[in-house]
Design a protein around this ligand. Structure first.
Ligand SMILES: Cc1cc2nc3c(=O)[nH]c(=O)nc-3n(C[C@H](O)[C@H](O)[C@H](O)COP(=O)(O)O)c2cc1C
Length: 359
């Protein structure tokens, strides 16, 4: 059985180990342009030994940003900085990945620390000018705008925006693409009956609610080369029986596999604020295990994975092909190197030559 430090090949890409940096918004972009912060933040995690370094939810349209500080990939002028970032990640042995996203009815929010700094006026300005969109005109929660319900023509425009973004991602040097279809953002809000009340071909049946995501996958296949992997992050369950369920995810995984999707990144929840998520250690690992075992598609497990031995166990017991870590890698970018020291695998440890004297 594979172990945490065995390599992992998807199409023409080989990761040096099974550890991925989970996408994490940094709210440090200007008009969608990535900054030196991203170069250092993502670059440090490549130096720290991760196999896959995924850039945060990156908006395919300006209205699809969660906040005015979100990263974007809707202009050609976003590309040069991204090239610098992907080049650095590759030079340090990791595969650069990007998560393409549209925030839907959860867009136009404040940068989490805006009230503490000088960004409040920018946020206020953006809120006035920012129309948010969704499958149906239902606000996410109190205090959120009521979104504009997308017309079929507008849905097609967003599908096209994902395609253009995938092309820009390729031109920027990314080698792994993830579509963000989780956490209550636009694509998830089409999938879930909790947020989709449409009665046209994008609402109602499972097939209709899945149509938007499947159209996006088909559109990006026109520009993203067949030798590079595509992943989808799903909220595998809404944690409520009336919502999107794990069996829906299993069925969708089979459809995505048919369309050439290589990996499901198994997250959960966040479609509506009132639903309680049973957050405990490894709580989403069983979602990954079920999808992997029932469909044969590769999966990533994520959520409160912090211990090297436990991460290794998730891999060698076949619960996932990859583990993605988020907050633990904020605390410690060198987690992969330290995990290699603990597990002492037969493979070369991912220590940069510049740092060898420290070990
Ligand atoms: C600061 C921060 C930003 C995040 N941004 C994103 C994001 O851009 N896209 C996404 O799919 N999930 C995002 N997440 C969720 C993480 O990717 C991850 O799924 C979650 O934190 C659970 O993993 P953990 O327990 O290892 O932190 C974010 C989490 C944090 C802490």
């Amino acid at each position: 059985m594979p172990q945490l430090f065995d390599s992992f090949t998807l199409k023409s890409i080989t990761l040096r180990n099974r550890i991925g940096v989970s996408p994490m918004c940094q709210y440090s972009s200007q008009d969608g342009h990535a900054s030196d912060w991203h170069l250092v933040h993502l670059g440090s995690r490549a130096i720290g030994g991760a196999g896959l370094v995924m850039m945060e939810a990156t908006a395919v349209t300006p209205e699809g940003r969660i906040t005015p500080g979100d990263n974007g990939i809707y202009l050609d002028s976003h590309i040069p900085k991204l090239i610098q970032i992907t080049k650095f990640i590759k030079e340090h042995g990791a595969v650069p990945a990007i998560q393409l996203a549209h925030a839907g009815r959860k867009a136009a929010r404040e940068i989490p620390w805006a009230s503490k700094g000088s960004l409040s006026s920018v946020v206020a300005k953006c809120k006035d000018e920012w129309t948010i969109v969704a499958p149906s005109a239902l606000a996410f929660d109190e205090g959120f705008q009521v979104p504009h319900a997308l017309t079929e023509m507008e849905i097609t425009e967003i599908v096209l925006a994902f395609k253009m973004a995938a092309k820009r991602a390729l031109d920027s040097g990314f080698e792994f693409l993830e579509i963000h279809s989780a956490h209550g953002y636009l694509i998830h809000s089409f999938l879930s009956p909790i947020s989709n009340y449409r009665n046209d071909r994008y609402g109602g049946s499972f097939e209709n609610r899945s149509r938007f995501l499947l159209e996006i996958i088909e559109a990006i296949a026109l520009v993203w080369p067949t030798h590079l992997p595509v992943a989808v992050r799903l909220s595998c369950t809404d944690w409520i029986t009336e919502g999107w369920t794990l069996s829906d995810s299993v069925y969708l995984a089979l459809e995505l596999k048919k369309l050439g999707v290589d990996l499901l990144d198994c997250s959960s929840g966040s479609i509506a604020p009132h639903i309680k998520i049973p957050v405990t250690k490894h709580y989403q690992v069983p979602l990954s295990e079920e999808i992997r075992n029932k469909t044969g598609i590769a999966t990533a497990a994520v959520g409160l994975i912090t211990d090297a031995f436990e991460a290794n166990e998730i891999i060698f017991t076949g619960k996932a092909d990859l583990v993605f870590l988020a907050r633990e890698l904020l605390r410690n970018p060198y987690w992969p190197i330290q995990a290699a020291q603990k597990l002492n695998p037969p493979q070369q440890k991912p220590i940069p030559v510049q740092y060898l004297r420290g070990f």
